[in-house]
Structure formats: C-alpha cells, structure tokens
Design a protein around this ligand. Structure first.
Ligand code: DGL
Length: 276
C-alpha cells in the first residue's frame, strides 16, 4: 500500500506544471526545492525584471500590478498551480491574486513560526525586503507565532541586487553583505540572535556569503522546503492538465538577458529563456 502511494505521488508530481513567479532570480531558490522533492516537475519560471525590486514598491503599486499580470500569465501558459515565490508579493497581494485566478496559488511567506520554535535564546531576526518587514502580514505572524520572542526586523533591497549579481556571474563582496546585516546584530540584544529568517527568496541564494558575513553562527531559515512539500500535497489533490509540449521556459518580463543568466536558468532545469 505504501509503495503504491509512493508511486502515485511520483507519477502525479512528474506530470504537474508549476508556474513559479518572482520579481527576479529569487524564485529559483524555490525551484531548487520543488525539483529536489519532485524530480520530474515541469516548471514555467517568470521573472518580473521590469518592476524589480518589489521591496521598494508601495502596496498600492504591487496590488495594482500583480493580480492582472498573474491572470494574463496563467491564461497564456495554463499551469496546474502557481507558486508565488516572492515574500514581498505574497505578504502584499496574495488574496487579490487568488481572487483573480481559478487555480491554487501557493504564497511564500516568512518562516516566523518555525524560527520561533527553533530558537533557544528567543531572539530571532527577520531579514526581508523593506516592503516585507513593514507589512501587517508580518506583524500578524509575529503576534500569532512569536510572542515569546524578541523579533528584530531588517529590510534590505541591496541584498536583492547582490543576489541578482551573483546569479549573473558577477563577484559579490562580503563587505557589502556585512553592511546590510550588521545593524541587526549590533542592536541592543542582537548578540543573542540564534535564528535568522530569510524572508526574501533571493536571500537563500546568498547563504554562503551570509554565513561568512555574520558575526556569530546562527540558523538561517527559509520557507523553500515547506513550500515544496505544500505544493506537492496540493498537486496530489488536483486533476492535472497535460504538460506542455515545449521546453521548460523562463519568461523575462522586460527581460535583462545575457548568456550567463541563461546558463544559470539552465542550472535550475529551465531549458529556454524568452523575453516578454
Ligand atoms: N524575491 C522577492 C521576495 O521574496 C522580492 C525581491 C524584490 O524584488 O525586492 O520578497
């Protein structure tokens, strides 16, 4: 029985088409987790280069842009499910986007609950975009799940740019990373932080650099694995459409395109890059 269930799970997820959306390359950290769990999954990846960084945009701007954009993308590529692989978009416009679509939308939001659970010192940091750390959604997560913790919120758009640089094949200077995260650890009580929530999908792409830049060892926690598991479980409950008869494609809105970037998308299993 167990073996049959396992086989079903493999078959279902090998035939699933997931649209993964982010402002840039950050969502690739989620693609890696999806593929680790569902080796055969078919991914269409969309990067909104034209409007990045989302973290500097107002709620009104994102709420005006995202629902219609996602609706158009879903009509064009006809996926089974959308993974909104962007904390900024999810904490701002998830409900609005869901209202525009008739397929499931999985939002990626900061892993505050597991971080509070894991922390021994009960000092946790949330490192996201300036937009995400200001959102009511995050206040509610803190209130609901981390009441027993002191929570340090830190926003950075520079880290988003540095992750984009790294994945475009450019050098990332650890001093620049240090400058972005030093204020969290330097604030009163910051020396006690033992868990940092990576509340932006770009940041797991800088994990090695973040580890080097931090003044002491901490647990770095992102939502990728949990999102992959949740996506798989929702997919199992769906009647899947047929997978497109075309290469797994990256769509770059207003695209910033070069050879290195295409190569990087290929490393994440995306076979073709198209500029919209
Ligand atoms: N990767 C995105 C996030 O998770 C947004 C980065 C940006 O465009 O500011 O929030």
């Amino acid at each position: 029985m167990l073996a049959k269930n396992k086989l079903n799970s493999v078959l279902v997820t090998a035939m699933a088409h997931v649209l993964v959306f982010d402002s840039g390359v950050g969502g690739l950290s989620v693609v890696a987790e999806l593929r680790a769990l569902m080796a055969g999954v078919y991914v269409t990846y969309v990067a909104d280069d034209e409007f990045r960084p989302y973290g500097d945009k107002t709620e009104t701007q994102l709420q005006a842009r995202l629902p219609g954009l996602l609706q158009t993308l879903v009509m064009a590529v006809n996926p089974d499910i959308v993974v909104l692989a962007c904390n900024t978009a999810s904490t701002t416009a998830l409900q609005d986007i869901r209202a525009y679509l008739s397929i499931p939308v999985i939002g990626v939001v900061p892993a505050i609950k597991p971080a509070a659970h894991l922390s021994r010192s009960k000092h946790i940091a949330v490192l996201g975009t300036p937009g995400t750390v200001r959102r009511k959604y995050v206040d509610e997560l803190v209130n609901d799940f981390a009441k027993d913790c002191r929570v340090y919120l830190q926003g950075s758009s520079a880290l988003v740019g540095l992750a984009e640089h790294k994945l475009a094949g450019k050098n990332v200077d650890i001093a620049n990373i240090k400058a972005e995260i030093a204020p969290i650890f330097a604030s009163t009580g910051g020396a006690n932080i033992d868990v940092v929530v990576l509340a932006c999908t770009h940041f797991p792409l800088l994990l090695d650099e973040l580890k080097l830049a931090a003044p002491h060892a901490v647990n770095w926690m992102d939502s990728g694995t949990a999102i992959a598991k949740h996506t798989r479980s929702v997919l199992k409950s769906l009647d899947l459409k047929s997978v497109p008869n075309r290469p797994q494609t990256v769509l770059l809105i207003g695209g910033q395109h070069n050879k290195t970037r295409t190569q990087i998308f290929e490393n994440y299993g995306c076979e073709k890059t198209v500029i919209l």
